[in-house]
Ligand binder design. Structure first.
Ligand code: SF4
Ligand code: SF4
Length: 258
């Protein structure tokens, strides 16, 4: 698949839980009559990993990307702010990155744009923390991709769309939301929300925080990881999620130096 515009206003088919071996019929690309229709009038939630991939793709700093291309939603069920793509008012709220030829950021398009027409639900088992997940199809009235004669297994679609890193990093974010919803936190004040925004959405600021403060004097971190955190943005984001669990929820996921 070379093209995969995003979903808009999903209507969930709750009846069918799909496993990774379940099959569905779908195809998308310039040949479908609805091509890029889904790249407008949508609420496109950007995860921290989406923001990372997009700002790197556009060669922008995190702060510049957030300022130029996103809006922040502060009132959320889990109490942490969320980031949404800013749609283009001049084109009737189309995504600013859609072109006649499809997505101009295709290789770094957000997870929501990749996974459509599937949705994913994942939970951790409360006893052993093992991951449980299922998928479902998201059918929109305007989407004609379901009429195409191409059959996919769920796992084939996920691999084709490059979802592995997105799911892994998004699950780490979900763990933080779950800890919060279980009430397992200090009282979250403005400084905690600032910590969350920096760690999740501002790669440069979080890296400065690690390497230009006394952070490394306090935490016992493997030398290989320290070197990786200097250059690998995805490893840095993984570490940011761990640090948030430690700092906000007292989870023993990092070791202090004795
Ligand atoms: S990021 Fe790309 S695929 Fe997603 S809505 Fe925008 S143009 Fe469409
Ligand atoms: S087939 Fe569906 S996902 Fe593809 S362009 Fe049409 S509406 Fe978008």
């Amino acid at each position: 698949m070379e093209y995969s515009p995003a979903n808009a206003g999903p209507v969930l088919d709750q009846d069918a839980r799909l496993s990774s071996d379940s099959e569905f019929c779908f195809a998308c690309g310039p040949h479908v009559p609805c091509f890029t229709e889904c790249c407008g009038k949508l609420e496109l939630l950007l995860t921290p990993y989406d923001v990372l991939r997009l700002k790197n793709r556009l060669k922008l700093s995190s702060a510049d990307f957030l300022d130029t291309h996103t809006i922040m939603r502060w009132r959320t069920p889990h109490g942490f702010p969320e980031v949404l793509m800013k749609m283009d008012e001049a084109t009737g709220k189309r995504c600013p990155f859609v072109t006649q030829a499809g997505c101009s950021l295709y290789e770094d398009r957000p997870g929501a744009c990749r996974i459509y027409p599937l949705g994913r639900a994942a939970t951790s088992h409360p006893m052993d923390g093992s991951r449980r997940e299922f998928y479902f199809t998201v059918r929109e009235d305007h989407c004609r991709g379901f009429e195409e004669n191409k059959t996919w297994k769920v796992r084939e679609w996920l691999a084709d769309q490059g979802m592995e890193d997105y799911n892994r990093l998004n699950d780490m974010l979900m763990e933080i939301y779950v800890l919060r919803s279980r009430g397992k936190s200090v009282e979250l004040g403005p400084q905690h929300i600032q910590m969350f925004v920096m760690a999740c959405y501002n790669t440069e600021k979080f890296r400065d925080f690690l390497f230009k403060s006394r952070f490394l004097d306090k935490f016992d971190i493997d030398e290989e990881l320290i070197q990786a955190l200097k250059v690998d943005d995805a490893r840095l984001l993984e570490f940011a999620f761990l640090w948030l669990r430690f700092a906000l929820f007292r989870e023993p996921v990092l070791n202090l130096k004795s």
